[in-house]
Design a protein around this ligand. Sequence first.
Ligand code: CTP
Ligand code: MG
Ligand code: K
Length: 181
Amino acid sequence: MAVLETIVVAFWAMVPAYVPNNAAVLAGGGRPIDGGRTLNSKRLLGDGKTWRGTAVGTTVGLILAAVLTLIASDASEALGFEVPTFTALAALGLAGGAMLGDILASFLKRRTGRDRGAMFPIVDQLDFVVVSLPVTALLDIDWFLSVFTWEVILVVVVITPLLHVLTNVIAYRLGLKDEPW
Ligand code: CTP
Ligand code: MG
Ligand code: K
């Protein structure tokens, strides 16, 4: 696979995992998932993880997977190589897994004494990849193995932190986010 092709396939395959966290930022608010509960006098997850943000984020990821699936054959023709379609389970694994990864990261942040919004380098940038890929593999191993070759996984691990930093700085500059991470 050519390098450019690998990058495009990796990005395409990860869109349903990339966008949910950003959609959650726009949709956040309302009841926190942990309901205010604490563990060792620290919040379980914190006010930054809400039911609405999680539901909207996951839904947006599922819709994007459906849209990409609809346009995949036209896109493949235009690009001259195949971009993947998504099965329902793959879409759920990517979008839901990404939200779950972000939630687990907040759990870790609170356990390590970091307040809501505190920076946690590497975890902040890769939490959703580390969780969404295994969850997707569990839900639809055939789809996962057909798309996530070692080259694609390598590209994802390299471009994800860059994209994450870029989108968060943009969201911060636009006043959508309180911190640029
Ligand atoms: N958000 C949400 N539900 C989620 C994830 C995010 O409502 N499952 C919203 C919240 O309004 C949150 C914002 O998106 O404040 C930014 O997300 P994030 O940076 O992940 O949360 P933080 O507020 O920084 O909290 P934490 O330290 O727990 O990551
Ligand atoms: Mg944050
Ligand atoms: K986060």
